[in-house]
Design a protein around this ligand. Structure first.
Ligand code: 5AD
Ligand code: SF4
Length: 456
């Protein structure tokens, strides 16, 4: 594995020589989840090593990468539209165009790219991301189109360069792939089976981040609590070890699976002072019948019991979740079960999704698909409930003192700073720039649906 990466470094060096003094730029467009964002940071790292500099002006870029996602909705049309727009730029500037990520693991997409967009230079999948330098080299040398997608479970490659998006918060992927095969989900097909990184590699990466001044770490995986570091080293062990790293002040993780949420992890969350007490616990549906059809392997009652157990074991614990509405066969009664769980748990944050058929999944073949208007109507009802709960929850913050990691200037108001509470709520406040990247205490003075206002 090491050799393979050393090989890629050689290609990066060769390309950097070719590109020397040319002032070339790249632009990247990332779709989807935090894992994809983290992959994109590695793509940026490789491109920088090859002598390209980042630009937000796609039209000016000499190298354009699309890192795609196929988890939900028909992002395909949007992607194809964007690729179509690139044709002229390619002809005029000779821009290199690379399309990668999850969607490229789907045969029907790659076929369409070949047929309708033959000008795309590089097509790479989720298991061949690390080979971007090699693929680029061949494009520069021969200008031949390259398809570099493999359908086996990829290896874990350590040591790729990385250019991070943020200076205080960093994501660290701890495992790749998923073994769960929830019936609606395409991920196991495009990301392969679960593979965990070695504990020593993960801990070294986080120590390096701490030395660079990073304060907050998010551990990423499709199912983090089935992390298996070998020799009995589990996710809870990792939490204890990351908690010991000096300089790191906050640890988050996404996503765990409720069926794998064992007592050792609950205890670790309690024991480790740096581990955030907002737990993302994907519900998907509150109906035991639908959960069974989704192959989630827990019931409504088991989910609620797990929440209760965590509330008893971890003072001040709160939850966020993912919910899908309109899964095939979901009746009004099933949907009301979902609303019931939402009422009972009182989530801090709910990521709501309308069920979207994914080619190749079990649920796509189910006959009892729900009409679009029913899905939308249920989505709106869920949204109204969630928003009313968030408003109620926000009121509880007023007058309290919250520890906040200051992230930077507010995007909407240059004169204000923004940060997040331990429970991941956005707080806006007046302050000095030197507070950026520090943890400070703020008194919450008012609430607004999507943020709180604080004062030092
Ligand atoms: N349709 C709608 N939502 C989906 N998710 C995954 N697959 C689908 C799909 N086919 C949602 C789940 C998951 C989140 C990342 O995306 O809620 O937790
Ligand atoms: Fe998809 Fe389920 Fe795996 Fe999550 S656990 S990635 S929803 S199959």
């Amino acid at each position: 594995m090491k050799n393979e990466i050393e090989e890629q470094y050689k290609y990066m060096e060769k390309i950097a020589k070719i590109n020397e003094d040319k002032q070339l730029t790249y632009a990247i467009y990332t779709m989807g989840c935090q894992l994809n964002e983290n992959d994109s940071e590695k793509i940026c790292g490789m491109l920088e090593n090859m002598g390209y500099h980042k630009t937000d002006e796609v039209k000016q870029a000499d190298f354009v990468v699309f890192n795609t996602c196929c988890v939900r909705e028909n992002a395909e049309d949007k992607l194809f539209g964007k690729i179509g727009e690139m044709k002229r730029q390619k002809e005029e500037r000779g821009t290199i165009l690379a399309i990668g990520g999850c969607m490229m693991q789907e045969k029907h997409i790659v076929d369409k790219l070949h047929k309708s967009y033959p000008f795309v230079d590089i097509i790479f999948g989720t298991h061949t991301l690390h080979k971007l330098p090699e693929d680029t080299y061949h494009i520069l040398e021969k200008r031949n189109k390259i398809e570099d997608v493999i359908d086996i479970d990829g290896q874990i490659y350590e040591g790729l360069p990385i250019k991070r998006n943020d200076n205080s918060k960093a994501s660290v992927t701890i495992m790749y792939g998923c073994n769960n095969f929830c019936t609606y989900c395409i991920v196991p097909y495009v990301r392969g089976r679960e593979r965990s990184r070695k504990p020593s590699d993960i801990l070294q990466e986080i120590k390096d981040l701490a030395n660079e001044g990073y304060k907050e770490i998010t551990l990423l995986g499709q199912n983090v609590n089935s992390y298996d570091g070998g020799d009995g080293y589990k996710f809870s062990n990792l939490l204890y070890d990351v908690n010991k790293i000096e300089g790191i002040e906050k640890i988050r993780f996404v996503s765990p699976h409720p069926k794998d949420f064992k007592d050792d992890v609950i205890k670790a969350i309690y024991d480790c002072d740096k581990v955030s007490k907002i737990i993302h616990l994907p519900l998907q549906s509150g109906s035991t019948k639908v959960l069974k059809e989704m192959n989630r392997r827990y019931t409504k009652e088991q989910y609620l019991e797990l929440v209760e157990k965590m509330r008893k074991s971890i003072p001040n614990v709160v939850f966020s979740t993912d919910i899908i509405v309109g899964f095939p066969g979901e009746t009004e009664e099933d949907f009301e079960d979902t609303l019931d769980v939402v009422k009972k748990v009182n989530f801090e944050q709910v990521f709501m999704f309308i069920y979207s058929r994914r080619v190749g999944t079990v649920a796509d073949k189910m006959e009892n698909q729900i009409p679009e208007e029913v899905k939308h109507e249920r989505f709106d009802r869920l949204k109204a409930l969630v928003e009313s709960q968030i408003e109620e929850n926000n009121k509880k913050y007023i007058g309290t003192v919250q520890k906040v990691l200051v992230e930077g200037k507010s995007k909407n108001n240059e004169n204000m700073l923004t940060g997040r509470t331990d429970s991941n709520k956005v707080v806006i406040f007046e302050g000095k720039e030197e507070w950026i990247n520090k943890v400070i205490e703020l008194k919450i003075v008012s609430e607004h649906m999507w943020y709180l206002k604080g004062e030092i």
